[in-house]
Structure formats: structure tokens, C-alpha cells
Write a protein that binds this ligand. Structure first.
Ligand code: PRX
Length: 667
């Protein structure tokens, strides 16, 4: 008999409990890919291991944490969930480690000369390669530069950079000295950047003179100058020279490459506690104010390391091509932390899927011999419209797994990906997760290697994830073949810890809606085989090309009231439809106001957030309790005006007819 000691919590007190496992009569399991569990011979299948990860998460994650991360000091308690009611989640207590050491230094003895980063610059064929040794030197120099400039542990550093090795090195340099990186997507406007710098009270900004994307120049430094003029906390701005354009330099601006060259590449890492914040990243909620989601050092790193390895079945020496921008969580988890914590080779894609033509991804796959590509369904929909020939022109035989994330993958796009790109020999890995979950939670793999993959569904929960469907009354839906609000009943290491500066909002958004569970905000369907399909957001968030947008309205002098909803869009997944009621004394013409509104959204948020349609209407469908009945607006936007269901709670039912008439006039 073999016995294990596990810690369990009873009445809030941690106790050590011995429990018995069956003997080694059966040979080592063959289907579980985890060497850490080979001694537990009764864990024979993925289902067994998944069950084990839920019944004994402490033992499950304890073993993985010890073998997959490098610790400065071992942890004593795997999970302390005593404070769960208040949202205090603590993994790997007393443990100490550094994320940059785990992603870089750890690999130097064996992989110093292996390529860590492939920089796929905007112009095809101008790629650059960076080894682990070169990355280590950059991280060290930037770490010293930040430290010597006054950045210390816990300080927030805003990063507004294009996809480049320097961006990865800056993030890891923050991690090395214990600073919290807050990357702001370089497509966001100066207003959006300013509000994120202000919310994080960042003293340091790292940016570039210009970005280059799809053959066009993006004026990053100009946007930073504008933002920083409204951010009194900012003391220093480091400027990376991407194009070497002549940009104005102010008193607090420092040229990054020049300054880092003066620094030593040896930078002593700060030994961080497991629960110290590694980074924050803003995401949209249903209200206007973006949420600075915070992630922990040990839990996040372990979860991204594990999901990266097993969801994509990543093998040593392979080239992983996540084409997401580092400004989104996908870039953080699967262009940086997942691949590098595994000693992998990762792609940094600076361009767009259609530059210089719709063959860009596929030409790149052939040229760089990528083994994996991880992209958004929106780009697949765009590319399949351009015809198969762009893909058929290239040799895609290096590809092994084809991933996607961000929005539902419709059947047509799935089929194209499988047939035209994967030649019916690559698994399609549709991954469901969120900024808040840190890493992939639902995906077709891992599972038994030959297990069936159903088109258009992420399907199976990852280890440690216990998905649950909840009905309108907050009760669990137990039947299969049913819909509900997707919640997660387990606690996993990669889950977000808080919203920066607003823990109450974190509780109210994620942990309070269904007590004892993490509330995702998504709807899902579980089919008769018990696998999951995501049906979309249940709140007012609109998902445009895989980017989450809040729908809170903002003022314009001529606008009395407005409401924004999403509607099905055949390339972007969802388009943005704005309903606008003008003030009686508005003097401008409607098309002028529409133009101004679009410009305003571009300036205050980003170009991708601009409405596709603006409909001027005499009023909005308010309920008697003072809420806009958005489902009516969603129907109008989707052109489904036959049946609006029950409208008896509307204060002004006749307005619906006027909105429909207005919409019909414009078609
Ligand atoms: O609605 C879900 C959708 O994207 C949301 C998360 O957005 P974000 O935090 O920006 O992270 C995107 C990348 C992880 C989810 O709440 N979503 C994500 N993946 C899928 C998806 N919807 C359907 N299928 C997916 N595979």
C-alpha cells in the first residue's frame, strides 16, 4: 500500500490527513502525459487525472509546482482558501521565486544558444532571432536601468510598446525587480492610456518612438506625450527607438537602448512571494471604467506553464506561433509566460493577417517552419473570404496543432482551418478562457490522444477546472444537453486575485454573483456528451474581433441619450450598433454628428471600438424601473424585428415602433 499525506481544511483549520492509494499492481499509466503522477497507478486516463485534480487539488498542484517551477524557497501550504469568502485566494504559501528567473535564467545552462524569440517584423522576410542568452542580457540591462532609475518592488510600470523583443525583455525586467507590469495595447488611444496610467498610479512608462503595423506608422510617442500631460504621477518615460524617427524628447524622456547599454547585464532578481502580483492587465467590463485585473506570481506562472505544455502538446524544440498582441492576455500567457517557462521558442508577430496580402500567416509558417499557430477566429473568417489559394501556395506541413481563442469559432471557419490549413491532420484547439482566468480553462485537449474533437466547441475542462451551468434562479443545471451561465466551482492557481484598487468590484463581479463559484459572465451549452460550447456574453460586453468592449455611454454635446449593443457580424464576430437620441436643440446634421461620434470613440478608446452603425432614434426603450431594454435593441440591430417578446414593462412601448421604422427607412 502507498500512502500520501495531504492537507485538508476542516472548519478553517489546515490538517494533515493520510489517505491510502491502491498498490502498484498496474503498470504506469499510458495516457496521462504528466510524469509527476506516474506513481499513482490508478490514474490511468485523462478523466481519472481530471477527477483527481478536483478531489485533491492540493496534491495535484503541489506536485506540479515542485517539478515545473524553480523555487528560491519551497512552499509549505499548497492552497489556503480560508479567506475565500472575502476573495483571498493564496497558493503556495511561504514559497519564494522569481518569474524572470523561471522564464530565462533557468534555461541558460542547457539552452543558452537556443532561440527564445522569433521577431516576425512587419515587413515579411526581415525576421530576427534572439537566443535565451541574448534575452537574459536584455532583461538584466533593462532591470538594472529601471532599478537605478528608482523603480522598486511593487511599483507599476506602464508599457505601451509594439510587438518586439524589447517588450518581452521589459516585462521580464519588471518581473525580475518585482515591479508590476501593466501593458496597454499600443492600438489604444492616448485617452485610454492616460486613464490606465492614472488608475495604476504609474510613475514609469516605457514606449517607442513609433510602431509599424501593416506598413503603416503608429505614433506611439505622440500618444504618450498627450497622455502623460494628464498624468502627474509619471516621473520617467523610456523611449525605444523602433523607427528612429525624430520625435520630440522632453525632460523626463530617456532613450531606452542608449541608457540600457550603459548597464550591466547582471541584475540580481528579487525573490518574490508566491502571491506577490506579477502583473496587471486592463479589461472591459459592463461599466465604463476598465478593470485592472491582477495576477499572482507563482499561481499564474504554474498555470500558464502547465496549460501551454498540455493544451497544445508542446514538444521541446518546437516553434510556437501565437499571433496575438502582447497588449492582450493571450500575448501575456501564450507568447511570453507559457512558452518561456517551458524553455520554448516563441513568435512575436508585429504585423497584421493581411499585410502585405492575405497569405501573410501561411507564408510566415513556411518561412519560419512554425509547428503551432494560435490565432483569433475573426482573422480566419477574414482570410477564408479571400479564397483558398493564399493558403494553398505555401507548404504548411510543419504545422502540428492549430489553436484559436477569443470568440466562438463558427463551423465554416473551423472547417476551413481543419481542411485548408491543417490538411485534415492537425487538431483544432479551440480554447476558452478570459483575462481573469489567467490561462486556458476549456479546450479539446488534453484528452485521450484520439478523442473526438467536435467542430466549434472548446469542449473539455482543463485539470483543476470544474465547470458548472447555473440557471436564472442561481441553481445548478444538472442535466446534460442544457444551457446556463458558465461558472467554475473550483479554485485554480491561475485565477485572478483582484481588480487593482477595487477588491469590492472584484468580489461583486466574479465571486458574489453565485456564492462559492467563479462567475464567468459567459453563457454556455453542455451537450449530451457532457462537453461545452460557449454561447456568448451574458452581460452588456460586446466582443469585437475577440476584443472585449464595455458598452457604457459617454457624453456628446448634441446627444441626449444613447445605447450600444453588439450584433452578429460575419467577420468580426460582433459589430457595434449605437442607438442615439439627439437633443431637441441639436443643430448639426445627423451624418456630421455620426462622424464626430466615431472620431470621439477612436480618440477615447481605439479605432476597433468605433460603431459600425449609428441609428438616430426619437427615444430608447426604457423600462418603468429605469433600465434600457437592450434585448429589443439587439433584435433591431440584428434585423430581427418580427417578435420582441414581452414589452409590457416598457414605460414607452410606442418607441419600439419608431425605432423599427427608423431602421427600415435606412435600409
Ligand atoms: O466571451 C468569452 C470570449 O472572450 C471573453 C474573454 O475575453 P478576454 O478577457 O479579452 O480574453 C480573450 C482571450 C482569452 C470570454 O468571456 N471567448 C474567449 N475564448 C472563447 C470565447 N468565446 C467563445 N469561444 C472561445 N473559445
Amino acid at each position: 500500500m502507498y500512502s500520501l499525506i495531504r492537507s485538508v481544511r476542516r472548519s478553517g483549520i489546515l490538517v494533515r490527513q493520510a489517505y491510502k492509494l491502491t498498490s502498484f499492481t498496474r503498470c504506469l499509466n499510458t495516457t496521462t502525459p504528466f510524469p509527476e503522477f506516474r506513481d499513482l497507478t490508478e490514474l490511468r486516463s485523462h478523466q481519472d487525472l481530471h477527477r483527481f485534480s478536483l478531489t485533491d487539488p492540493q496534491e495535484f498542484w503541489c506536485r506540479l509546482a515542485r517539478s515545473r517551477l524553480k523555487w528560491d524557497k519551497d512552499f509549505t501550504t499548497t492552497l489556503d482558501s480560508a479567506g475565500l469568502q472575502e476573495g483571498k485566494i493564496a497558493w503556495f504559501l511561504e514559497g519564494r521565486l522569481n518569474a524572470a528567473e523561471n522564464c530565462v535564467d533557468r534555461h541558460l545552462p542547457t539552452k543558452g544558444d537556443q532561440v527564445a524569440l522569433i521577431w516576425e517584423r512587419d515587413e515579411p522576410g526581415t525576421q530576427e532571432y534572439y537566443t535565451y542568452r541574448q534575452l537574459a542580457d536584455m532583461v538584466g540591462q533593462i532591470g538594472n536601468l529601471l532599478r537605478n532609475s528608482g523603480v522598486s518592488k511593487g511599483d507599476r510600470v506602464a508599457i505601451y510598446l509594439p510587438m518586439a523583443p524589447i517588450t518581452i525583455a521589459t516585462m521580464l525586467a519588471c518581473a525580475r525587480i518585482g515591479a508590476i507590469h501593466s501593458v496597454v495595447f499600443a492600438g489604444f488611444s492616448s485617452d485610454a492610456l492616460a486613464s490606465r496610467i492614472q488608475d495604476a498610479k504609474a510613475e514609469t512608462v516605457v514606449t517607442a518612438d513609433q510602431g509599424v503595423r501593416g506598413g503603416k506608422v503608429v505614433e506611439l510617442k505622440r500618444a504618450v506625450d498627450d497622455a502623460v500631460s494628464r498624468c502627474p504621477t509619471v516621473k520617467r518615460v523610456f523611449v525605444y527607438q523602433r523607427t528612429e524617427a525624430d520625435v520630440p524628447m522632453g525632460k523626463q524622456d530617456i532613450l531606452l537602448q542608449k541608457a540600457m547599454c550603459a548597464e550591466s547585464s547582471h541584475c540580481e532578481p528579487v525573490s518574490m512571494e508566491s502571491e506577490d502580483t506579477l502583473f496587471m492587465l486592463y479589461t472591459s467590463g459592463s461599466t465604463g471604467k476598465p478593470k485592472g485585473i491582477t495576477h499572482s506570481t507563482a499561481g499564474y506562472l504554474l498555470y500558464t506553464a502547465t496549460t501551454f505544455k498540455h493544451v497544445f502538446d508542446y514538444k521541446d524544440g518546437e516553434k510556437f506561433g501565437c499571433v496575438a498582441d502582447i497588449g492582450w492576455i493571450t500575448g501575456h500567457s501564450y507568447a511570453l509566460y507559457g512558452p518561456l517557462s517551458n524553455g520554448g521558442t516563441t513568435l512575436l508577430f508585429e504585423s497584421t493577417p493581411t499585410y502585405p496580402n492575405p497569405g501573410r500567416y501561411w507564408e510566415m509558417v513556411e518561412r519560419l517552419q512554425l509547428n503551432h499557430i494560435y490565432l483569433a477566429p475573426t482573422s480566419l473568417r477574414l482570410l477564408l473570404k479571400s479564397g483558398d489559394s493564399w493558403a494553398l501556395d505555401y507548404d504548411l506541413s510543419s504545422l502540428r496543432k492549430l489553436g484559436c481563442v477569443g470568440e466562438p469559432l463558427n463551423y465554416e471557419a473551423w472547417e476551413w482551418y481543419y481542411r485548408v490549413i491543417g490538411k485534415e491532420r492537425c487538431d483544432i484547439i479551440d480554447t476558452w478562457w478570459q483575462t481573469e482566468t489567467g490561462g486556458i480553462c476549456i479546450s479539446p485537449r488534453p484528452s485521450a490522444p484520439k478523442a473526438h474533437i467536435e467542430p466549434g466547441m472548446p469542449m473539455r475542462p482543463f485539470f483543476g477546472i470544474d465547470p458548472v451551468l447555473i440557471d436564472h434562479d442561481g441553481q445548478e443545471v444538472t442535466e446534460e444537453d442544457a444551457n446556463g451561465a458558465l461558472c467554475i466551482r473550483s479554485i485554480w492557481p491561475g485565477m485572478a486575485r483582484s481588480i487593482y484598487g477595487d477588491h469590492k468590484r472584484f468580489m461583486d463581479t466574479y465571486l458574489n454573483p453565485v456564492p462559492g463559484m467563479y462567475y464567468t459572465g459567459d453563457g454556455a451549452r453542455r451537450n449530451k456528451d457532457g462537453v461545452y460550447q460557449i454561447t456568448g456574453r451574458m452581460d452588456d460586453v460586446v466582443n469585437v474581433s475577440g476584443h472585449r468592449l464595455g458598452t457604457a455611454e459617454d457624453g456628446h454635446p448634441s446627444v441626449a441619450e444613447s445605447a450600444v449593443v453588439g450584433y452578429p457580424h460575419d467577420v468580426k464576430g460582433e459589430g457595434v450598433f449605437a442607438f442615439v437620441v439627439l437633443k431637441d436643440d441639436a443643430t448639426e446634421l445627423e451624418h456630421e454628428i455620426a462622424e464626430n461620434l466615431r472620431l470621439k470613440v477612436k480618440e477615447e478608446i481605439a479605432s476597433f471600438a468605433q460603431p459600425d452603425h449609428i441609428l438616430f432614434t426619437p427615444g430608447l426603450p426604457w423600462t418603468r424601473s429605469g433600465k434600457i431594454m437592450r434585448r429589443i435593441l439587439r433584435k433591431v440591430a440584428a434585423n430581427q424585428t418580427e417578435d420582441f417578446g414581452d414589452v409590457s414593462t416598457l414605460a414607452n412601448p410606442s418607441v419600439v415602433e419608431s425605432i423599427v421604422e427608423r431602421q427600415a427607412e435606412l435600409q
